[in-house]
Design a protein around this ligand. Sequence first.
Ligand SMILES: [Zn+2]
Length: 285
Amino acid sequence: MKTTFIPAYDTECAGRCLEACRTIVPLHRELGVPATFFLVTKLLEGAERKPYQELLGQPDFEVGSHTVTHPLLRDHPALNGKGVAWERVVDEVTRSKATIEDAFGRACEGFRSPCGFDDGLAGAPELVELVARTGYTYSSCLGWGPLYTLPVPLYQARTYAELGQPDLWEFPLHGWHENVLKGHNATPARFLLWPPVYPEHHVPGYVKTPEEEFEVLRFFIDKALEQELEYVTPIWHPWSLGKFDPEMKMLRMTFEYVRSRGCAFGTFRELRARRAKSSVAAAAD
Ligand SMILES: [Zn+2]
């Protein structure tokens, strides 16, 4: 199987994310690379609405939900955070989808929770039901390794069939949260799993240059290719990418490398559409 590389961005900070997107988007266009942007929709409520519509409203870009205001939807052991009340969860999940559909004029299929969980949404059946009922066709919320460690192993797609939602897919994220890798968030240094999933993968400290960041990412791209996995997707945040590497050298290196290795590029929406096709084919057999 040809591995698909899915560039995806958690777009969440007023000002700084928009600023970074003004460099990220032209790079994608120059290289002909699609992308999925998971957007905090509060950003669409003011002066940033129009610029985001112009930047992200292109046919080969997908816009998914990253909630309205980026709260924790469940208690979060790694961040020592408490999840918000259920009424707020419902609002964050439903209103963000409606806002994106209104702003971009097409279906918002994907949901990514702030900060992610080590079981995706599996530990919160009521949230699985809510995300499915709201009309999302996939979740991309599994963003931690076992016991809330990093890196996230190259987990592949699965459904929430066991929780009664066979048509809701989960597309896990992979590798390091790049903001953690750079020390951009106050983080306790207790993310490593022992024994590790990938004993040959070493990250001795915070990355200092775009080249070093690329090398970390390359490990996961190579591993996905070696294992002939369906997809690999990094965990990127425009604000953090821009703070570290305003010219987006790492992105350029990554896209050129991915292309040189014969990987395809894609969006989560396309990955999800393949599932719909294969289930139609299976039903016809
Ligand atoms: Zn986020």
